[in-house]
Design a protein around this ligand. Structure first.
Ligand SMILES: Cc1ncc(COP(=O)(O)O)c(C=O)c1O
Length: 350
């Protein structure tokens, strides 16, 4: 356990929050964890009141985009006990992102123990209404100064907490994107770094104008293989087979994706992890063997896709009772909210 200093906020904002109508990621708890990297080493983490931070205008994060983040959730059960879902995987992925962006890795003690201390302090902020959870945003950016295009010598790591409701409201219709690319071979697609998301905003805005909520990215080379969507990995059900593309240096190795594959195998569902071509998905939609498409990610959990657009034509997905997607969602959320046995060992109580 690293030594963490705690400076409590003098007043709490909790009474101003409507916990029955929480937006996603817009309300913040009373405290945050901050840890600085200076002179080649991490200093001790400190918990301080949540609030603005001050940076030099030449901080390299503003100019060269050296910034990474994670997305996690904490869940409260009926007895007010708090759990995390596979948090060591988030820590591991954070450090994979850090290495790719030439940033220092953060020790497990700072990340995991720091998070646990912060959650305990702001425990009352963890929502309990159905579908809501404490969204956790660990992030790191280059706070070191200078306009030279090279890695910074100072970094700041922060964990902020946002009690949140559902990520999507309403149906999710997606556009299969053929003009723009999210990432390329040898690039940074597998890292959770800001530019990957900024680069998606413009094509996604164009898709929104056409009536879609999300873009499904295809490979940058041929635009023929389905990759991922926004902040979710993508699954397709054709016939009775569950398909998802393999991870690569273009795709984020999603923790929800890994969990879905494991649960599906456990349920005896036929799973194929292989390249999925747009041609086969369109053909399956036409001959009605396409049963489901859904996104999988921490924020949205399992998000059923109601239809997709490709080259100006819209294809509708059937509405199924007891879909694979709904079964996975139930199993995952039952583990997360401590409503079922945790046979895979994913739940971490704090
Ligand atoms: C680009 C991208 N793909 C997939 C995911 C899903 O990953 P996870 O299930 O670990 O949240 C996310 C969210 O973190 C993401 O940002």
């Amino acid at each position: 356990m690293s030594s963490i200093t705690i400076q409590k906020s003098e007043t709490s904002k909790i009474d101003q929050v409507d916990f029955d109508n929480l937006p996603f990621g817009k309300v913040f708890s009373d405290h945050m964890l901050v840890c600085d990297y200076k002179n080649g080493a991490w200093e001790s983490p400190r918990i301080v009141p949540y609030g603005p931070i001050s940076l030099d205008p030449s901080a390299k994060v503003f100019h060269y985009g050296q910034t990474i983040f994670e997305g996690m959730k904490a869940y409260k059960d009926e007895n007010n006990s708090i759990s995390l879902f596979r948090p060591l995987d988030n820590h591991k992925r954070f450090n994979i992102s850090a290495s790719r962006m030439s940033m220092p890795e953060i020790p497990e003690a700072h990340f995991i123990d720091g998070l646990k201390s912060l959650l305990k302090l702001d425990e009352k902020w963890i929502p309990t209404a159905s579908g809501s959870a404490m969204y956790i945003r660990p992030f790191m950016f280059a706070s070191g100064q200078g306009f030279h295009a090279s890695p910074a010598d100072e970094y700041t790591f922060i964990i902020a907490l946002a009690p949140s409701g559902a990520y999507f409201s309403g149906e999710v219709k997606v556009k299969i994107e053929e003009s723009y690319s999210r990432s390329a071979n040898g690039g940074v697609g597998y890292a959770k770094t800001g530019g990957n998301y900024a680069g998606q905003f413009y094509p996604t805005q164009l898709a929104k104008k056409e009536g879609y909520q999300q873009v499904i990215w295809t490979d940058d080379h041929e635009h023929e293989y389905i990759e991922e969507a926004g902040a979710m990995n993508i699954f397709v059900v054709i016939g009775d087979t569950l398909l998802t593309g393999p991870t690569s240096d273009r795709i984020l190795d999603g923790i929800t994706r890994k969990s879905v594959i494991k649960i599906a195998e456990d349920l005896g569902i036929k799973v194929e992890v292989r390249k999925i071509s747009v041609t086969e998905v369109v053909a399956a939609a036409k001959d009605h063997t396409l049963k489901e498409m859904f996104g999988a990610g921490t924020a949205a959990v399992i998000s059923p896709i109601s239809g997709f657009g490709f080259r100006g034509t819209d294809y509708k997905l059937p509405e199924l009772e007891n879909s694979f997607g709904s079964q996975f969602k139930k199993i995952i959320t039952d583990i997360q909210y401590n409503r079922s046995e945790d046979k895979f060992g994913w739940r971490v109580k704090i």
